[in-house]
Design a protein around this ligand. Sequence first.
Ligand code: C5P
Ligand code: MG
Length: 285
Amino acid sequence: MSKNETDIIFILVLKRHQFMVKDPYLILLIILFPQVISDFDMTLTRFAHNGMRVPTTHNILDNRLLINEDCTKKELLNTYYPIEIDAGRSTEEKLPLMVEWWTKVHELLIDQRIRKDMLARAVKESSAMLREGYKVFFDHLAEHHIPLLIFSAGVGDVLEEVIRQNHVFHPNINIISNYMDFDHTGVLQAFKGQLIHTFNKRQGALSHAAHLRQVQDRPNVLLLGDSLGDLTMADGVTDTHNILTIGFLNDQVEERKESYINSFDIVLVKDETMDIPNAIVKYVT
Ligand code: C5P
Ligand code: MG
């Protein structure tokens, strides 16, 4: 396809989606030595499908194969998720509550003695779904040797299984997440390393991404997320030249619209596809 044809398709896709771009030149600036840094739950995966919520990596664990009926994990979600997305609370206010949520959930999961050999089946039985157009996104990045850093406050072992079962776990992918630590019989005994929740990705980025050569060699970043906390995911790249940020606004749209428009370069409202990231990735490669 000629550059002109790509330009036309790119503009058409952008127009169809009617979003706001604060600085259109940023799209051009990430052409040289780009990399993609993306959140996972509700960014690479869908938020909803046919009116039903699509499970996060945590929700995939809510399966009788792994946890008992009386486990209070779902009650924690009902308490803390509204806090996570509350437009009326500051990040500082949310921080200790997110640590509390994640700590309690990790403890509950350890109490449930989750078995490693059951994870793949739980993913298979779940309704986990990557966004429409995911295959083009993953395959195109791999084909063009563009590094993709997936940065998730979910559960790394489950995340890996989701992308493996969708046949897109390519060699250009690095993952930073909360990984399970199993004992020699394959039973969960702890979580590895420093806890990552929605609002401390900066610390995770500084301690993990700083050691990834693939990430350091690429100063131009396309960043995808669904939470304002995701905006710090590129903080581990020491010499960033340009960062183009795309925010998927899935929930509490009216309440959060203003803060998303002020924080991300592009905001996609209730868009369950990878059309815009795909158009940009194709345009810059
Ligand atoms: O991949 P990402 O960083 O988005 O993963 C974190 C998401 O997982 C949060 O947005 C949160 O709503 C969700 N979560 C959940 N159940 C938990 C903890 C977090 O669904 N127990
Ligand atoms: Mg997310």
